[in-house]
Write a protein that binds this ligand. Structure first.
Ligand code: ADP
Ligand code: MG
Length: 343
């Protein structure tokens, strides 16, 4: 793994508040989190290599949904920092020298035409793909080249463009396995613990069930608490994926097209859900084609085109950027828009 450069924008290590868990309660489950009882986050040694992700310990945090510091509150710093990131597939550069700094408690959208590199960027940001070059920092941890479970351990959850649902399980069990999916020891042992109901694990399983049920309520799926996963309509599956990602107790969620294939009212529900999560302190990186949703929920938008950063800024600025209009609508539409502004 390459190391030493610190993230350019105020890393979490500069803020003592970051190391302190929020001593607050929330109705959502608090116990048994990955972060319980561990040490404060490690800082990369000055001028030296950062702690390896395999050894990296998560911060001693409570459930992220219980934290304050939602939109507009708390210190502004960077929770996720991507620097000069590139990923090549043979001769194709899917992500080309992209940098990004995501502030806690915000929604940072990534948009762009099909094939622009959005999903590849998310896959790099969560360790599914290894960067060809560049670096990725989560808080104070350099995770460039780290495996996906190292990202998950440090509080990163994600959903997929196409819901990855286990159809032979109940909806609730699909949420329960979220906790185990990214562990190094693999999904099987986690599933065994969750599903075999070994006597010593009954209490843990009951708690896991209660937490999963609570998360289903959070995403508005309480009516499916007793349903089999394959009985859920598509819109509910998209939200079930979000509940499963939340089961990991992340502080940062990567959502890949959460409103794809949804009708207007279902998309509005996703928009409201993202808003609620952020109000409770979650940070979201959102890849989405539904521009109304993107414009409503985002604090900042990165526009990719052919793997490169085309524009970045607040929604209003990006919406009026002629390069963005051109990438989406073509050169003629962009010229029309320019002349309309000039008149
Ligand atoms: N695993 C892969 N192997 C080869 N090419 C890939 C792979 N993943 C993505 N690509 C290519 O990278 C480019 C960007 O893809 P992707 O990130 O899925 O775009 P988007 O999500 O913006 O539609 C596309 O040309 C795609 O074909
Ligand atoms: Mg995609």
């Amino acid at each position: 793994m390459s190391a030493p450069a610190r993230p350019p924008e105020g890393g979490a290590s500069q803020s003592p508040e970051r190391a302190q868990p929020a001593n607050r309660t929330h109705p959502l489950p608090q116990e048994g989190g990955r972060g319980d009882g561990s040490s404060t986050p490690a800082r990369p040694p000055e001028g030296g290599a950062s702690q390896s992700p395999e050894r990296a310990q998560p911060a001693n945090r409570t459930h992220p949904l219980s934290q304050e510091g939602g939109r507009g509150e708390g210190p502004r710093m960077t929770i996720l920092s991507v620097q000069n990131l590139s990923r090549r597939f043979g001769g194709l550069t899917a992500v080309d020298d992209v940098s990004l700094a995501v502030s806690p408690g915000t929604v940072h959208a990534v948009i762009g035409p099909n094939g622009a590199g959005k999903t590849t960027l998310l896959n790099l940001m969560c360790g599914i793909y290894t960067p060809s070059s560049g670096s990725i920092w989560l808080d104070d941890h350099d995770l460039s080249g780290a495996p996906h479970y190292a990202f998950a351990r440090l509080g990163l959850g994600r959903t997929f463009q196409t819901p990855q649902i286990f159809n032979n399980m109940s909806a609730l069990e699909n949420v329960m396995v979220g906790r185990y999916m990214h562990e190094q020891r693999g999904l099987f042992l986690g599933l065994a613990e969750a599903l075999l109901r070994l006597p010593t694990l009954r209490a843990a399983e009951r708690r896991s069930r209660e937490e999963a049920a609570e998360l289903m309520r959070v995403v508005g799926l309480e009516r499916y608490l007793d349903a089999e996963a394959d009985a859920l309509p598509y819109g509910a599956l998209k939200r079930l994926e979000i509940a499963r990602a939340l089961a990991l107790k992340p502080k940062l969620l990567l959502l890949d097209e959460p409103a794809a294939g949804l009708n207007h009212s279902e998309a509005v529900e996703i928009e409201q859900l993202i808003g609620q999560l952020v109000e409770r302190g979650m940070t979201v990186v959102l890849v989405e084609h539904n521009m109304r949703l993107v414009m409503e929920v985002s604090d900042a938008i990165l526009v990719l085109d052919h793997g490169r950063r085309l524009a970045e800024g607040p929604p209003q600025m990006v919406r009026e950027d002629p390069r963005v209009i051109e990438a989406y609508l073509g050169k003629e539409a962009a010229e029309d828009a320019r002349s309309a502004v000039a008149v």
